[in-house]
Design a protein around this ligand. Structure first.
Ligand code: PLP
Length: 399
């Protein structure tokens, strides 16, 4: 029989720049928290397109807001105002407690904007050869600026030289923060919960120390909330669980729940840029902002964040039980619906992910030994049970 999937894989691979090793699955559509491939096989989605699809697939009100906006107005440029941009900006300010927002098309661009705010500040403050303190095992994106502060040598090295004077320290190493932040520091940049690096939440001590040192040395604290923000960790933004306020946050991923949109937000003090300093053609266009506007409305109307925090407890208990039942599971970490299982060194995350996929469960690896659970925020306890049943079969097969 003719195999459509393999043909699509081959033809796509012949056309694409080869920078991903993809699974041989061709998705066709989604419904709720499930995806269907072109052969009609069903998958339970605990990856949400890497923490993007917060509302799952085909949410009625969200889909209507998007289709309505496509008929009205897709794009105008940033030379004008639109109602969706107005609405999205005001709502995002309100839920974040920040003062100013700039919409981007991606997370990486949000990081670029955040770094530019910090660089401009350092120049205005007369910091000579300023440094940036960044984290080992961090991930901030693939542009050359974002890459320069990404704590993975393997990603950076092929593209040297990158930004100079980046001081990488271990995440949650408070002493290293104290030793590295000084009067020439422009900013400290970190994820509030590290995602790609293996699901590590910041300790309160680490975040509080970063805040204090940035204040003492007139540096900006940039919290990357691209993966952990927008409802994932039990609050709208993860930093809101720590009782501190950053100078700048970046978000993207679930901000558009499927429409590519990001943002960086800052306090008035950190709003160092003026006309001419920054811009974008697509960023904040009415279509992208209609998505943000709808997402924030739906989050409020349907108590998405509170419900996600509730089901997160159930997921926590479920994965804890798996950890107890399987010796190959070494550690269970996370916050809210951003959880990870770390396996013993000879069990590779790629193997767990591939075996789960074959059984119709989507998981995502993080580092070589950790598997991430980043389901849509709208999952139910029954979905967690369904995941549990499949994962147990997979781990039994491996151990
Ligand atoms: C995904 C991610 C990025 C990059 O976002 P893109 O939209 O892929 O450019 C940056 N930081 C973190 C923490 C991320 O998870």
């Amino acid at each position: 029989m003719h195999n459509m999937t393999e043909q699509v894989v081959k033809e796509t691979e012949d056309a694409f720049l080869h920078v991903y090793n993809r699974f041989h699955v061709v998705f066709d559509h989604g419904e709720g928290v499930r995806l269907y491939d072109i052969d009609g096989k069903e998958y339970l989605d605990f990856g949400a397109g890497i923490a993007v699809m917060g509302l799952g697939y085909g949410h009625e009100k969200y889909t209507k807001a998007l289709t309505d906006q496509t008929r009205k107005l897709l794009h105008t440029s940033n030379l004008f105002y639109t109602m969706p941009a107005h609405n999205a900006a005001l709502k995002l300010k309100k839920v974040s407690g920040m003062d100013r927002v700039f919409f981007t098309n991606s997370g990486t661009e949000a990081i670029e904007g955040a770094l530019k705010l910090a660089k401009k500040h350092a120049n205005l403050a007369g910091k000579k050869d300023y440094n940036i303190v960044a984290m080992n095992k961090s991930f901030h994106g693939r542009s050359t600026g974002a890459l320069a502060v990404t704590g993975d040598e393997h990603y950076r090295e092929p593209f040297y030289p990158l930004l100079p004077n980046i001081r990488f320290i271990d995440y949650n190493d408070t002493q290293a923060l104290i030793a590295n932040v000084d009067d020439n520091t422009a900013c400290v940049i970190m994820e509030t919960v590290q995602g790609e690096g293996g699901i590590y939440p910041a300790t309160p001590e680490f975040i509080e120390t970063a805040r204090r040192l940035c204040d003492e040395h007139d540096a900006f604290l940039i919290l990357d909330e691209i993966q952990c923000g927008v409802g994932r960790t039990g609050k709208m933004f993860a930093f809101q669980s720590y009782g501190i306020k950053p100078d700048i946050i970046t978000c993207a991923k679930a901000l558009g729940c499927g429409v590519p949109v990001g943002a960086f937000l800052c306090t008035q003090r950190a709003a160092t840029m003026v006309p001419g300093d920054h811009g974008t053609t697509y960023g904040g266009n009415p279509f992208a902002c209609a998505a943000v506007d709808a997402v924030l409305d739906i989050f409020e109307e349907e108590n998405i964040v509170e419900k996600a925090a509730e089901v997160a407890k159930y997921l926590w208990a479920t994965l804890d039980k798996i950890k107890d039942d399987f010796d190959i599971v070494k550690e269970h970490r996370g916050m809210g619906l951003m959880q990870g299982l770390e396996f013993v060194p000879d069990v590779k995350s790629g193997d767990v992910v591939a075996k789960a996929l074959a059984r119709g469960l989507i998981l995502i690896g993080a580092g070589s030994n950790t598997v991430r659970f980043l389901p849509p925020l709208v999952i139910t306890e029954a979905d967690v049970d369904a995941m549990d049943a499949i994962l147990r079969k997979v781990l039994t097969e491996i151990k």
